[in-house]
Design a protein around this ligand. Structure first.
Ligand code: FES
Length: 244
């Protein structure tokens, strides 16, 4: 029996981009993570075709590719919405309202009394206004908790009300401005950017990258002339135990 190929799914441009990604690395297998982002930018998730495509291009087995896909939560196994809404429910955000935000969004985006589940999508995947909702671990913005991200751009200091208004706007096809980071596009575009392909690089990185709260420690250190201790020239590592 012949193995079905990924030919119909991945066009010439995608194959060309795959080659460009592979050329960035001394060993082709190192290109797997951006390759998977490329696949998601085309398909909106990593399908079995996507797994086969990466395996063929990188001379890996499909089992090796699957192991990576299922390890990292950024790789989705089901078709995703136009937007990925990630609500932080780690300790600090949860205590300050993240759990309540996630719960309220589940209910708001669910239907017929059934709340939307983790990584479930409301709307036809990929269509305008469709949303995939997920809860995530710490987004490294605890000083601005509770936070959520849309397509990995930050919306800081959220509440049940503001998060509800945000997803309503996304459902209407609007693209509200994130608190920090670049203007919203859509999840597939961001996946293409994560693979290293930008239509307009200055626009894709335009926007505030750090909040005043985050910079406060740096400013305090500058004012007081504080600096981190210099790195030692040489670090003595403990000897490894002998192999028996
Ligand atoms: S706990 Fe939510 S950003 Fe750290």
């Amino acid at each position: 029996m012949t193995t079905p190929t990924a030919e119909p799914v991945f066009d010439e441009l995608t194959r060309q981009r795959a080659k460009e990604i592979i050329a960035r690395y001394p060993q082709s297998r190192s290109a797997l993570l951006p390759m998977l982002h490329l696949v998601q930018s085309v398909q909106g998730y990593v399908s079995q075709d996507g797994i086969r495509f990466c395996a063929e291009q990188l001379d890996l087995t499909t089992a090796e590719v699957s192991a990576v896909v299922t390890f990292y939560t950024m790789y989705k196994r089901r078709p995703s919405g136009e937007h990925l809404v990630s609500v932080c429910t780690n300790t600090l955000c949860a205590a300050l309202g993240g759990d309540a935000i996630y719960q309220s969004l589940r209910e708001r985006l669910g239907s017929e009394g059934r709340p939307l589940g983790h990584e479930q999508t409301v709307g036809e995947p990929g269509s305008s206004g469709s949303i995939t909702l997920e809860h995530v671990e710490c987004l490294a913005a605890c000083d601005l908790a509770p936070v959520l991200q849309v397509n990995y751009e930050y919306f800081d200091r959220q509440s049940v009300e503001s998060a509800g208004e945000l997803v309503d706007a996304l459902r209407r096809g609007e693209k509200p401005r994130p608190t920090r980071g670049a203007p919203l596009t859509d999840w597939r575009t961001v996946e293409r950017e994560l693979a290293g392909f930008f239509d307009d690089l200055p626009a894709a990185v335009e926007g505030p990258s750090a909040a005043e709260e985050t910079l406060r420690g740096t400013r305090l250190a500058e004012r007081n002339g504080w600096a981190a201790p210099a790195m030692p020239e040489h670090v003595e590592l403990p000897a490894l135990p002998e192999k028996k």
